[in-house]
Ligand binder design. Structure first.
Ligand code: AVI
Length: 324
C-alpha cells in the first residue's frame, strides 16, 4: 500500500532544538554533582539501542508487560469502550501499540508522541500500512512539556492515554505527579489512561536488568556522550568513561551513571568541563513502585484509579486511570 492510501497525517514537529540540548548539557555538567537528562538518550542510535535492551534476557519489563497486556486485552477492551482516540507518550518502536490497538473496539485515531524523529517516522510508516482505517497523527515532541493535542478527521468517543514501559519511572515521583496532572488536564473529563509501572522486587533481578551481560545497556548509556560529540562538537573519549547502574533500595530506584576512569577535561561547544578520576555523571533514574504507592500518586493528581493488573510473578503492573 502506498502512503496515499493510508490515513497518515503530516508529522507535527515540536522536537527539542540543538540549542535546547546544549543548554541542558551545559547546565547538567556545570553542577557539583554532574548529570544529564535521560530524555536525551533517545536520538536515532539511542532509540535503536533501547530496542536492543528490550530484547536482552535480563531486561524483563518489556516482555512481561507485553504478555500482561495480551492477557488482559479483553478486559481493557470492555473497560476502555469503543471508538477511542489513543495518544501514546514515548511511542518508540510501536510494538506495544499494536497489542493495544488490536484489543480496542474500532479505534478511530492514534497520536504517537515521541522525542526521536527517526523512531517515530519508522514506527508510523509501518503502522499506517497495517491499520489503514486508523487516523494516525504523529507528533515529534518532548511530552514532558505541555502541547496541544492535534486535530484529526472523524469523531472519537473519547481519549485513551497510553504510557507503557514504566517510562513514568524515569521521572522522580514529583515529576511523575506533574506529568499525570498535565495529561489529565490535556485529555479532559471522561477520558482514561493506561500506565505501565515496574514494581519493586529482588535487588539481584533489578541490578541484572540494568547490567546485561552483552553490554547493551552500557552502550546505551555511553551513547549520550557520543550524541554530545556528534551534535554539540564535544570531544568525550568514550573509552575513558564506564557504565555503572545499581539499585538504591531506600529510594526505590535504579541509578545509572557514567564514571570517569581518570582525571580529564572535555570540551563541549567550546565550553570546558573537568572530571576527577571516579567522578560520575548521573544519567538516569528508574523508579520502581509498589501498587499502593503508585495508586496514591495517581489519585493525588486527580485521576481515579479504576483497575490494576500484574503478572503472576508480580514483576510489572498496568494501571487504568479515569478522569471524572
Ligand atoms: C525507558 N525506560 C523505562 C527504561 C528504564 O528501564 O528505565 C530505560 C532504560 N535504561 C536502561 N535500561 C532501560
Amino acid at each position: 500500500m502506498t502512503q496515499s492510501n493510508c490515513q497518515l497525517a503530516a508529522l507535527v514537529d515540536l522536537s527539542p532544538s540543538v540549542a535546547e540540548l546544549r543548554a541542558s548539557v551545559w547546565a547538567g555538567l556545570a553542577q557539583t554533582r554532574k548529570s544529564l537528562q535521560a530524555k536525551f538518550f533517545y536520538d536515532a542510535e539511542g532509540s535503536r539501542l533501547f530496542e536492543e535492551i528490550c530484547a536482552t534476557p535480563e531486561y524483563y519489563p518489556t516482555r512481561t508487560e507485553r504478555k500482561l497486556l495480551l492477557d488482559i486485552a479483553p478486559e481493557i477492551s470492555s473497560l476502555a469502550g469503543p471508538r477511542r482516540a489513543v495518544v501514546e507518550f514515548g511511542s518508540g518502536s510501536g510494538i506495544k501499540t499494536r497489542t493495544l490497538l488490536d484489543c480496542l473496539q474500532d479505534p478511530v485515531a492514534y497520536v504517537p508522541v515521541e522525542i526521536s524523529r527517526a523512531a517515530l517516522v519508522e514506527a508510523v510508516s509501518e503502522l499506517a500500512v497495517d491499520y489503514p482505517k486508523l487516523q494516525i497523527v504523529p507528533v515529534c515532541a518532548d511530552y514532558t512539556k505541555p502541547f496541544a493535542l492535534p486535530n484529526f478527521a472523524g469523531e472519537a468517543d473519547g481519549w485513551l492515554g497510553f504510557f507503557p514501559g514504566s517510562t513514568i519511572g524515569n521521572f522522580t515521583p514529583p515529576q511523575a505527579a506533574q506529568f499525570l496532572t498535565q495529561v489529565r488536564r490535556m485529555l479532559g473529563r471522561g477520558n482514561q489512561m493506561l500506565v505501565g509501572v515496574d514494581l519493586r522486587k529482588d535487588t539481584a533481578i533489578l541490578n541484572a536488568a540494568y547490567n546485561d551481560a552483552a553490554g547493551v545497556t552500557a552502550k546505551f548509556n555511553l551513547n549520550q556522550l557520543a550524541r554530545i560529540n556528534r551534535e554539540l562538537e564535544g570531544d568525550f573519549d568514550l573509552a575513558q568513561f564506564e557504565h555503572r547502574a545499581f539499585y538504591d533500595e531506600e529510594q526505590g530506584r535504579i541509578e545509572m551513571h557514567l564514571v570517569s576512569r581518570r582525571r580529564q577535561r572535555v570540551s563541549i561547544s567550546g565550553r570546558v568541563f573537568d572530571f576527577e578520576e571516579g567522578e560520575t555523571i548521573h544519567t538516569e533514574n528508574s523508579y520502581k513502585y509498589d501498587i499502593e504507592r503508585f495508586r496514591s500518586l495517581a489519585v493525588s493528581t486527580g485521576w481515579s484509579h479504576r483497575s490494576v493488573w500484574t503478572d503472576a510473578d508480580r514483576l510489572f503492573s498496568i494501571h487504568l486511570l479515569g478522569s471524572e
